[in-house]
Design a protein around this ligand. Sequence first.
Ligand code: FBP
Length: 267
Amino acid sequence: MIHKFLSDDEFGTTDTYSIVLPIDQGVEHGPANAFLNTEHPEMLDVDYQIDYVNELLNEGLVSATALPYRVATLLVEKYPEQKNNVIVKMNHANNLNPTVTPTQAIFGHSTRKFGGAGFTIYPGSPAQNQMIEQFAEWRYRHDMPVYTKSILWSYPRGGNFDTTSLETTMHAAYIAAQLEPTVIKVKLPAGNYNKAEDVEKIVKSACGIPVLFSGGVKTSRDNVLNDARDIAYGGGLGMIVGRNVFQRRPGEAKELLKEIHAIFTNA
Ligand code: FBP
């Protein structure tokens, strides 16, 4: 498969793949957990962070980056040539208070400065309709179809059900597909599942919309590469991988990214 950046016209088309670097964990998990208490604490410094992301984009190791509004704006101001490889994450949750109903608030006020816009929905949450309608509102009535590509994170949560099963993930992909984003992002199912074959079922559930997979806490190189193989051979568009990249030292992170690229290139 051929590697495509978000800025390429062929992004998301058949026989291409993309590796997206999300760095919204400072909002979602807090700056200490996301950046400081890791092997790569320099990431807490936003100037360092945007230089590092620019470097990974320039080296062709990531196809796009998904950032919260302020960080996305700083990156595009310093490196305007990266504009079309930046996905501004429009809504966010945070894990400060676990008793709050899982929902996402709109932070971003415009997607025009960027190449892509990212939204999250939590299917199954008591607040699911609010998030689904937030995305539908932007997708159909505002500027997304004209100016930007869209990535829809679809994470089932907020109810008394297994959030990580194959069935739930297929359901999340099918719901997301009806909103017609450019690309859907779901997590791989957890536990004992049939890897590449189940990835294929999730991809089919997305009704022709390409699917990015993965994400999660930092784990071993082998685990990340096994996931990459399942995704590549199951027909996924690629990976969206944050903490497993930026919580590693740069040398190790770049080696891991190169190995992921090799898997997708040869799939
Ligand atoms: P969770 O709420 O399950 O942690 O998922 C959110 C998130 O971590 C985002 O912050 C990020 O956009 C995406 O999932 C993937 O990032 P990572 O690879 O670090 O999990």
